[in-house]
Design a protein around this ligand. Sequence first.
Ligand SMILES: *Cc1c(COP(=O)(O)O)cnc(C)c1O
Length: 434
Amino acid sequence: MTDPRRRVPRTDVVLADPRLADAAGRLGRAAVKAAVAGAQQRARAGELPPGEVADAAVRALPATAGGLATVLNATGVILHTNLGRAALSTAAREAIQAAAGHTDVELDLHTGLRARRGRGALNALRDAVPDAADVHVVNNGAAALVLAATALAAGKEIIVSRGEMVEIGDGFRLPELLESTGARLREVGTTNRTSVEDYEKTISPDTGFILKVHPSNFVVTGFTGEAAVEDLATLRVPVVADIGSGLLKPDSLLPGEPDATTSLRKGASLVTASGDKLLGGPQAGLILGDATLIERLRRHPLARALRVDKLTLAALQATLTGPETPTWQALRIDGRELKERTRRAADRLAEAGVEVTLVASKAVVGGGGAPGIELPSWSLSLPQTYGVFLRTTAPIVVGRVSRDRLLLDLRCVPPESDDQVVAAVREAARACTS
Ligand SMILES: *Cc1c(COP(=O)(O)O)cnc(C)c1O
């Protein structure tokens, strides 16, 4: 038998394939060459018959010329920060596409005069939370806090419980962020217990506001106590509630998760939240509440530096007014249906000779939401060694490793992509066993 290296087709030969020539026009020559080089590499390693190099290169092409790879999220983590948190709804994707050119983002087409930027998204947010007298949108949840701290408490104090001095992730610590604005933090209470009196005795003419932070990625249990927003609201200083997740109304599926409507009804002056967590929208920081305070935030010079892009505004509006988002579809998925989908995928893989089992697993909300809530789920259990191939060959599938097995949870995979997962796993099995 001839050395397979000899028989791997040359780059110019592969690039002459009409599908690849066409892709070079859309994606640029570099992207296509990279896909071809990867396929040649696999053929040289004996993982791919030389005659299939062009086919493999076509499959490995990125969907767009953009720099980010499209990923099928089989981690069972609905809001995976490393995968970009919320997957946008079709409505939001279409809105982004439509807004990509020139838009009326700051123009009233009837009068021909300048208009409030992003008023469509702002109105949609106000309609979604009628308890908010006004709303403002910035770049992300952290920006919302920075703007509130800068506009309302620079040179003054923010009173916050020692139990709420949290780190959100990747070294992002809320206290450090707040202090970077020039506000001083006044810590009160203890890690596990803080009372209204702890706050009350700290209030002075120097107080900017009281901050209530939802510890969105851990739970404290045992001998605990915290002051309720409704009690803090009686202390005659503004209460800013950082609820984190962006839940706008209470939801019985996530009973412990604070929401904007309830926080405002209980007397919070302002609520801050993220757009790309449980709201299921684009990265954004939502600020809702008292009209006078929001006006101060909006007029602060820093607001200009934190303002959002037209694409974000378009996606946010579509998220707020459109159908159920993929985030909520994944949360509410029917367990039997998920098991059935997973079993079908397992059967097809087993028929193809892949070493696979169907296992019960646990999914989580992730991304700083609903800590401690586990959603019963189902997964394909596969040899761990498939992981690298699945992460690096299109269609990209990211799973998670548990007890030396690679688990693929289809909860966050759109059902129409199940076939792609099956095909990818078959390829991985072939590549990893040859
Ligand atoms: C996620 C989170 C933030 C930060 O929001 P980003 O949108 O990631 O900037 C702040 N506070 C809480 C409680 C959070 O959960």
